[in-house]
Design a protein around this ligand. Structure first.
Ligand code: HEM
Length: 385
């Protein structure tokens, strides 16, 4: 165990709102061991930005960990060349060029179809009725698993994530996660002959053409389902909440003084949809006076980094005029989000501007509670139009 100073947390309070505790950690014990999480947390932006790149110490390899048990060994749990090989294989499916040429028109169609369905309702919960199905449909398209519905995609994502965080070894949670993993295997088995007959830019087709072995294809598609569903969902619903709750900031977009892409950057800084990434210490080392031991569990707290007072004035405010370039909601090392261009395009170019254009009178119709310290977003955003 590292010799970092110990900070105790109340897990329920940390899940409801981790930010006050994270601010205290950044101020008093920026690298701290939290017994309730069994991990040493790095909470300052510059520490994370620097140390995440030192993969010889802060490794992504976690043999036999829960993610590997549920999904199989994928790029998020590899370092160095084995990681690079899988990243390069994936690139043609999610490159900025592929996103612009191939996925953008699909995203536009997905959002447009959903808005047609919602229009007569006069109101909805933006999380459940808009952000979730749009994110799910986009993920069905990008993965190539078009035989799954957006609802099935959302359920599989949540069930696998729950099983990966199942540190209490609840057998029901494990069984449900494994069943979701098997459903994804079945969808891959159904779609593989079809994309072989008619190759396309989907992740399934691209990884297959790169001759990645099937277990690795399945494991990487599962990690993308785990990481590519909730995050765009939370960014769509969260950014819409932020703009509806801050009309002065929304007015900056209307007047042309800020762009939707800047609003996306500011929202993901304010509420990072992925708040943390785990690492395992691969060799003894000392960082900022703290000595880490082989096998220590470390959490890189991206959400905390994005509110670091050393980089952001009034870090708790939604402010479209700020410089967000120091923010790291997509990571800061070799595992930098492979879907960042797709996420920004889906959220900032289509989902959020299209619904605001379609329902210009849309307004909040109740409270929008936020939850989560590992993944964070609104659980419900009721609106009327
Ligand atoms: C707003 C939406 C999203 C956010 C905030 C987000 C954030 C992140 C973060 C923080 C990481 C870990 C970075 C690290 O450890 O340094 C990550 C990794 C990853 N993300 Fe995303 N993500 C989003 C959407 C997506 C989408 C839509 C996809 C794919 C369709 C995707 C695919 C991936 C993959 C494959 C990795 C693993 C990369 C690797 O291990 O090399 N993400 N993402």
């Amino acid at each position: 165990m590292s010799d970092a100073p110990v900070t105790h947390i109340d897990p329920a309070a940390f899940t409801a709102d981790p930010y006050p505790v994270l601010a205290q950690m950044r101020r008093e014990t920026p690298i701290t061991f939290v017994p309730e999480l069994g991990a040493t947390l790095l909470t300052r932006r510059d520490d994370i930005h620097r140390e995440e790149k030192r993969i010889d110490v802060f490794s992504s390899v976690q043999p036999g960990g829960l993610m590997e048990q549920i999904m199989g060994l994928n790029m998020m749990r590899r370092d160095g060349e084995p990681h690079g090989t899988e990243r390069r294989a994936l690139f043609p499916a999610l490159s900025p060029r592929t996103v612009a040429d191939h996925w953008a028109p699909r995203f536009e169609q997905i959002v447009s179809d959903r808005l047609d369905q919602l229009a007569p309702q006069g109101g909805c919960d933006l999380v459940r009725d808009f952000a979730m199905p749009v994110s799910g449909a986009a993920l069905c398209a990008m993965t190539g698993l078009t035989c799954m519905t957006p609802e099935e995609m959302d359920a599989a994502s949540q069930q696998m994530i729950d099983a990966i965080a199942n540190y209490a070894a609840n057998p029901q949670v494990e069984a449900t996660g494994l069943a979701a993993s098997t459903r994804v295997d079945d969808a891959i088995a159904e779609r593989l002959p079809q994309v072989r007959a008619a190759p396309d830019p989907s992740i399934l087709s691209v990884l297959d053409r790169a001759e990645m072995p099937l277990p690795s294809i399945a494991a990487n598609i599962k990690v993308i389902i785990g990481g590519g569903q909730n995050e765009p969902r939370d960014a769509i619903a969260g950014l819409l909440w932020a703009l509806l709750a801050h009309p002065d900031q929304r007015a900056l977009i209307t007047s042309g003084d800020a762009t939707m892409s800047e609003a996306f950057s500011e929202y993901t800084r304010l509420v990072a949809p992925i708040q943390m990434a785990p690492r395992m210490v691969a060799r003894r080392d000392t960082v900022a006076g703290v000595t880490f031991e082989l096998g220590d569990r470390v959490f890189l707290m991206f959400g905390s980094a994005c509110r670091d007072e050393d980089h952001f004035d009034h870090a708790d405010h939604f402010d479209l005029s700020r410089d967000t370039s120091a923010a790291i909601p997509f990571g800061a090392g070799p595992h930098f989000c492979a879907g960042a261009a797709a996420a920004r395009t889906l959220v900032a170019q289509y989902a959020v501007p299209m619904i605001l254009d379609r329902f210009p009178q849309m307004q909040l119709a109740g409270p929008a509670p936020f939850a989560g310290w590992a993944f964070r977003g609104p659980t419900s955003v009721p609106v009327t139009w």
